[in-house]
Design a protein around this ligand. Structure first.
Ligand SMILES: *Cc1c(COP(=O)(O)O)cnc(C)c1O
Length: 298
């Protein structure tokens, strides 16, 4: 038995541009997720990581929604993302570039009011040079590698950095930060190791606020929070911690049309290469989940 184009509500509403499905983004749920995290972090604050177009949800609409909920700190990965986002935000919001200071963009970055996360002495020097050229102080964040080996000042650059900070007053350090590698695994020893290293760094670079937690880190407890946490995936409804029920509200849902259903007996081969063989009589649906999918905000 087989039927074609079941009267699914998507097929009616998805007439938009020939779409066969709807990706719905629940901005109200996004806002509630932000408030939940912000409440857990108080008196510290919650930033929002909106890199990769806010994990695909649209950086501009996400940032606007979170701005309305009081978020003032937005992190992107690349300078070009910051250039697009910065003009859409309130003047008292700050946009930070996680990947650091891209060579050749220093003056543009400074003039656009975009704040680089400096990850090496070489980046620090270029930002300081730009400050000199512009004859003003430029704001920055310093990121330290505490064991992930991805971005940030490596341990062997710390002494020279401390010296440079002592000599140089044209780079204003807003806060220092590091990134957790295994925060979604509550029992992973790497969390405590990274925290211990962050504490050593805080002892070496005294007087600076600390930003440490990503989504998982928010759920590791107050020791990990610092003054400004940087959640990403949890805002968008992703699970911050593995192995336990997800405390966040879903933000994204995908409705796609069922284009055909059939009931097959046991032993029926399903899909390319007979990827599945049924073990009993089974009702199957073929869905139209390929592009184009229209996008709807609510
Ligand atoms: C991506 C990223 C985050 C956000 O991580 P989530 O696990 O999505 O919360 C925070 N900080 C840095 C440095 C990142 O690169």
């Amino acid at each position: 038995m087989s039927s074609t184009f079941s009267p699914h509500r998507v097929s009616a509403s998805a007439a938009v541009a020939g779409a066969t499905g709807y990706l719905a983004i629940d901005l109200a749920a996004l806002g509630r997720n932000y408030q939940k995290l912000a409440a857990m972090l108080a008196p510290g604050r919650a930033a929002a990581v909106v890199k990769a177009d806010a994990y695909g949800l649209g950086a501009e609409r996400v940032a606007k929604t979170l701005s309305e909920r009081g978020c003032r700190h937005f992190f992107v990965a690349q300078f070009v993302e910051a250039q697009k986002l910065r003009p859409t935000l309130r003047s008292d919001a700050q946009v930070f570039v996680l990947n650091g200071l891209q060579p050749g963009t220093e003056i543009e970055c400074a003039e656009a009011g975009i704040i680089p996360i400096l990850n090496s002495l070489e980046q620090y020097q270029r930002w300081s040079d730009a400050a000199g050229e512009l004859r003003r102080t430029l704001p920055a964040v310093l990121q330290f590698d505490t064991g992930m080996s991805r971005l940030g000042f490596p341990p062997q650059e710390r002494a020279e950095l401390a010296q440079a900070l002592g000599e140089n007053s044209n780079v204003e350090v807003l806060f220092i930060m590091s990134h957790l590698a295994s925060a979604d695994e509550v029992d992973d020893v790497q969390n405590a190791e990274q925290l211990a290293e962050m504490c050593r760094i805080a002892d070496e670079f005294t007087g600076f606020d600390i930003s440490f937690a990503n989504s998982g880190g928010v759920f590791l407890g107050g020791a990990y929070h610092g003054v400004l946490a940087r959640p990403g995936i949890a805002l968008y409804g992703g699970a911050p911690t593995s192995g336990v029920p997800n405390p966040m509200e879903p933000v994204v849902s995908l409705d796609v049309a069922v284009v055909q259903t059939r009931t097959v007996p046991a032993g029926a081969k399903v899909g390319y290469g007979a990827a599945h063989v049924t073990t009993g009589e089974t009702r199957l649906a073929t869905i139209a989940a390929a592009m184009p999918t229209a996008c709807r905000e609510s």
